[in-house]
Write a protein that binds this ligand. Structure first.
Ligand SMILES: Nc1ncnc2c1ncn2[C@@H]1O[C@H](COP(=O)(O)OP(=O)(O)O)[C@@H](O)[C@H]1O
Ligand code: SF4
Ligand SMILES: [Mg+2]
Length: 325
């Protein structure tokens, strides 16, 4: 396989005095050109923190490489443009006084992405790529629907010509009927433009439909990662199983959402010993409270980053034995 566009190794982010809040811990992830990786997990598990760390907006330890090049916290303008993000709420990120044409033109001008005489053509191309009619250009954000506004936000992200596109719950603020359409657009753009896309979403139905690979987070760590079909067809981690059980008729349901699970919500300032999931896990043994399970592939410790050759990695002492329990 080609070298990944994005390689994350052992990325950790902590907050507060004495690093008391461990929001993201030792996350490793690879995303290749044209690939869409879904990132799922309950609210508070560290998804947005991870996204911000990738963009260089959080102080983090570990390593982030873009096209093989190590990124430090001081990124050059070109490195910074290499990753773009689309947020949940397109209202908050679009200037209400500017037409769509003005928003996109200004961006291209400020970043010197096109010579002056080519800006107009590029703006028209961008709205076309995200599936908006040309007349949208003359309109201000308030006159657009939520879905259209999110398309403008995507066009703005694409204007930067990023290698990596990160979408942090980009459809949470939208009507259920347009959520799937927008998420599908991310996957389509990723494949067509050869982007490495990280899609953070609660919408498990769409994850199943559009993501190539899925990483499941629990209390800051990736605890299972696999090609989408393998993850949905044979989840190995008890937490992943619970998430999927909480979505009864996932198949064919493009609106299936990830609901909060019963039990105390996990708190990253008080991460349980051993396997962090053990207080909520029906299969937990005494050993689970003592020893943290490492990520393994086919029962063997995972070496390096976890996406190689469609590997299915999981961090659970009992993964693989569960069919018998
Ligand atoms: N600036 C911050 N200071 C302290 N704690 C934070 C900060 N940002 C996020 N956290 C905590 O880190 C954890 C992960 O948050 P977040 O990444 O937003 O989760 P998610 O996006 O998965 O819902 C949460 O417990 C949150 O309260
Ligand atoms: S390691 Fe133990 S507590 Fe953790 S998920 Fe596996 S069985 Fe449950
Ligand atoms: Mg979030």
């Amino acid at each position: 396989m080609d070298e990944p566009l994005l390689t994350v190794s052992d990325l950790s982010v902590t907050y507060g005095p004495r690093d008391a809040v461990r929001a993201v811990t030792e996350v490793s992830l690879e995303v290749h050109a044209g690939e869409t990786v879904g990132l799922v997990g309950e609210s508070g598990c560290g998804k947005s923190t991870l996204a911000r760390a990738l963009l260089g907006l959080e102080r983090s330890s570990g390593e982030i490489r873009l096209r093989g090049e190590v990124l430090t916290s001081r990124r050059t303008q070109e490195q910074a443009r290499g990753m773009a993000i689309v947020f949940q709420d397109p209202y908050a990120s679009l200037n209400p006084r500017m037409s769509v044409r003005a928003v996109l033109s200004e961006l291209l001008r400020v970043h010197r992405l096109r010579p002056r005489d080519q800006i107009d053509a590029r703006v028209r191309e961008l709205v076309n790529v995200v599936g908006l009619p040309q007349r949208t250009l003359e309109v201000r954000p308030a006159a657009l629907s939520g879905g259209q506004r999110q398309r403008v936000a995507i066009a703005r992200a694409l204007a930067l010509e990023p290698a990596v596109l990160i979408a942090d719950e980009p459809t949470t603020a939208l009507d259920v009927s347009v959520q799937a359409v927008i998420l599908e657009l991310f996957a389509k753009l990723s494949a067509e433009l050869g982007l490495a896309t990280v899609l953070i979403t609660h919408n498990l139905g769409v994850v199943a439909a559009v993501c190539d690979r899925v990483a499941v987070m629990y209390l800051g760590r990736i605890i299972e990662q696999a090609p989408t079909e393998q993850l949905f067809g044979g989840p190995l981690h008890p937490y992943t199983r619970r998430l999927l059980e909480a979505v009864p008729r996932l198949e064919g349901d493009r609106h299936a959402r990830l609901e909060a699970l019963p039990g105390d919500p996990p708190d990253p300032s008080m991460i349980p010993s051993g396997c962090a999931f053990h207080p909520r896990c029906a299969l937990a043994t005494a050993n689970c409270a003592r020893e943290r399970p490492l990520l393994t592939v086919d029962g063997l410790p995972l070496v390096g980053v976890s996406s190689e050759a469609g590997a299915h990695s999981v961090a659970c002492h009992l993964a693989g034995y569960q069919e018998r329990t």
